[in-house]
Design a binder for this molecule. Sequence first.
Ligand SMILES: Nc1nc2c(ncn2[C@@H]2O[C@H](COP(=O)(O)OP(=O)(O)OP(=O)(O)O)[C@@H](O)[C@H]2O)c(=O)[nH]1
Ligand SMILES: [Mg+2]
Length: 382
Amino acid sequence: MFLDRVKISVSGGHGGNGVTAFRREKFVPRGGPSGGDGARGGDVFIEATESLNTLLHLRYNPEHEAERGRHGEGSNRSGKEGGDIVVRVPVGTLIYDAETGDVLADLTQDGERFLAAKGGRGGFGNSHFTSSTNRAPRYHQQGSPGEERELQLELKLIADVGLVGYPNAGKSTLISVISAARPKIADYPFTTLEPNLGVVDIGDFRTIVVADIPGLIEGAHEGAGLGDRFLRHVERTKLLLHLVDVSSASGRETVDDYEKINRELAAYSAELAERPQIIVATKMDALDDETRLESLRERAMQDGREFYQISAVTGNGVRELVAGFAQALNEMKDVTINLQSDEENARRDVVSYEAHYASHAAYDEGHGNHHKIEDDDVGGAT
Ligand SMILES: Nc1nc2c(ncn2[C@@H]2O[C@H](COP(=O)(O)OP(=O)(O)OP(=O)(O)O)[C@@H](O)[C@H]2O)c(=O)[nH]1
Ligand SMILES: [Mg+2]
């Protein structure tokens, strides 16, 4: 499970003080009390919004204090209320009290609000205390401080875009150049053993979450390679980037790779196979046979899928690709995605680590690849 966590402090605005004042009027020797009340301080709200998908923006901005209330004034004028502030978080954010660990709120709807810190009360001015026995009180109240809290926010990240493709296609390399994620990259298959998430900054405070998962091979749905169970991490994505290595170093045909991966997607779920897909030709800097690129491009066109060509190493085409998938996501704002049942997911998770290392080793043997499984690969996988 991917979690985005951030601790913030919130404080309501201080309440304004009341004042002690007396009227001074011409021909009225001793005017009555006229000190106005202080105003309440502003509240801090936390509000869920669909237009954010990470808590990243709060990491650099962890302190949130609402405006203080103004003090009262003479002539019975009350102060001005402190303005509230609204801290925006993505839908799906859980709010904990950082000290006790208690769950305070679970914001699941767009626009849902939680009162995180109440502003302080304003103090009364002296005119408030006038009574029959004390016609000229010389005291007023101080405003009370706003509530202060440390909160832990937690969001289960849901990727917008999933990277799929053969092992070694360059998935991890791509996520490492478009996001701050630093997964392990190496020139042998199955470098990635656990999914990685990267948050891609596309400007205007908008971000896209991309999931990099272990490579698929033919027969993945029957458990070949690392199998297809990691596909559940891209199941809720709206868009797949299908990466195909166009250099001949892969030792396979590009169109063949493309078709085989699509068959594995279909074997996993018909729905995932129908998910919008952008085809990405990778390792353009190492392209040695133009037909490998052109045949793939034609095939993508036949399937009505957008086609990009990149080199993650030189950076060529990467910016265009990011703009392309950002645009594609933008155009499909409200796609609804059906999830597989929990039972189905549970079943896929049953595969043990031993089993997946065994199939890993079997793949290596079959392909004359001698990547040894070192102890430190286990579990520490990125
Ligand atoms: N020449 C060249 N090599 C690249 C490029 N992108 C990735 N590579 C290399 O290809 C190899 C595999 O890259 P990875 O990013 O680990 O591939 P992956 O798809 O994540 O592989 P798995 O995790 O095994 O599924 C590494 O040696 C990379 O340096 C590229 O644009 N050009
Ligand atoms: Mg990888």
